[in-house]
Ligand binder design. Structure first.
Ligand code: FES
Ligand SMILES: [Fe+2]
Length: 416
């Protein structure tokens, strides 16, 4: 992010804190709770946003070397992501061209070729069909057109994009827009290192899971023993980029900047910067790197979703951590979670790779998504007709208006 933009955001947050005000969307809106439970809507969302829409499946660091690969089944197609010996990221249907068994079995690893377990057809990691056993028995096959089905894929700004439909076009610039893409490039995600994973499977609609990331009103209440130690809550610098948005909120470390010249200000750790990337990515940038949550519906149950969290460290943060470990430090690992949060503002607290996704365990899973499960149950009763979004919950207006608009549905109802 440009330094001038960092300063602008930091000043806005300081003034919100000084004036005891929050982001103000100027109106409240209400959402029918049927949006969280309707099976027909869930099917339309699944098709439009997951089966037929580009997906961000990770960062460059998920394919750290040539011949790295990973598999992903979360959006209705078996996908194999590879980095070839030429260093190029490619994506394929993880389905053998013989009769469709998975050619790659493991969630991730290193392999130059994949041998299907069923009849041992073998494919290179650039998709080419290399070998068919007993081909004289099988009969002739033109190997040159029986490689793995390739999916449109692109590696841009250190992020891995795939379109699930082989015939689709993938235009990342059109998807994100030039301004947002340039800002994302500035973070240097391409060098980030994958350090931790967490899966959260809970009984809440995928949109309720996204709603968790849509306001800071709840920070000092719901998160008073976790994230609320570190982040003030009730303040938000918020900007929309088409269907995407940026959400920045102040940590208590912002106060340390007040005595410093502006050219020394940096956006983290004085804040966290969250990018919502339509339809299902919540990417949280922090001082150590980035945590990316990919939120998937259960295509058979609107009342369930799966959040896959991946933690990434910047090379600088990883070097600091390794140096601390080399010097005998292991304190961050030993602290109980409440204590970790209580002391998280201390500059020398050790942030281990485990703590990268810790907030998603202690805070998102154990606190936010528990509220989401309550909300889901209430919605499913059919007896609570609407949810209300306050003027201070602007990102929720945007998120819900977005997917409604994308499906040609009416916007949220403004209620004053
Ligand atoms: S299905 Fe893969 S070799 Fe037969
Ligand atoms: Fe929260």
């Amino acid at each position: 992010m440009k330094h001038s933009k960092q300063v602008e955001i930091l000043k806005e947050l300081m003034s919100q804190l000084d004036e005891n005000r929050n982001v103000d969307a100027g109106a409240q809106y209400r959402l029918p709770t049927s949006d969280y439970i309707c099976p027909d809507l869930a099917q339309r969302e699944w098709n439009a946003f997951f089966r037929e829409h580009p997906q961000i499946i990770g960062l460059s660091g998920d394919l750290p070397e040539n011949s790295s690969f990973f598999t992903i089944d979360d959006f209705g197609a078996p996908v194999l992501a590879t980095r070839g010996k030429d260093g190029v990221f490619r994506a394929f249907l993880n389905a053998c061209r013989h009769r469709g068994a998975r050619v790659a079995q493991e969630p991730k690893g290193k392999a130059a070729r994949f041998t299907c377990p069923f009849h041992s057809w073998t494919f290179a990691n650039d998709g080419k069909l290399l070998a068919i056993p007993e081909q004289d028995h099988f009969g002739p096959v033109d190997k040159s057109c029986m490689g793995l089905v390739e999916l449109p894929a692109a590696e841009v700004a250190g992020m891995l994009f795939v379109h699930p439909q082989p015939a689709a076009t993938l235009d990342v610039e059109a998807l994100l827009g030039e301004e947002l893409l340039e800002e994302l490039e500035g973070w240097g995600f391409k060098d980030y290192i994958h350090v931790a994973d967490l899966d959260i499977d809970k009984k809440l609609n995928w949109k309720l899971a996204n709603d968790t990331f849509g306001e800071t009103y709840h920070f000092p209440k719901l998160h008073k023993n976790t994230l609320g130690h570190v982040f003030y809550g009730n303040n938000l610098a918020y900007e929309e980029f088409g269907r995407h948005h940026r959400f920045v909120t102040a940590s208590k470390l912002i106060d340390a900047l007040r005595g410093l010249p502006e050219d020394q200000w940096t956006i983290t750790p004085a804040t966290f910067v969250l990018y919502y990337l339509f339809p299902n990515i919540q990417a949280v940038c922090v001082s150590t790197g980035m945590n990316m949550a990919r939120i998937y519906p259960d295509p058979n149950n609107p009342g369930r979703s799966l959040t896959r969290v991946a933690g990434y460290f910047s090379p600088q943060a990883l070097a600091i951590y390794e140096e601390q470990v080399a010097n005998g430090g292991s304190e961050g690992k030993l602290l109980k979670i409440e204590e970790f949060y209580a002391r998280a503002a201390e500059p020398d607290i050790i942030r281990t790779p485990e703590t990268a996704v810790e907030a998603f365990s202690s805070t998102v899973s154990a606190e936010d998504y528990v509220m989401g499960e309550h909300q889901q149950f209430a919605a499913s009763s059919g007896q609570l007709e609407y949810s209300l979004f306050g003027r201070n919950e602007a990102p929720l207006h945007h998120f819900h208006s977005n997917y409604r608009d994308a499906l040609g549905r009416p916007p949220l109802e403004k209620i004053g």
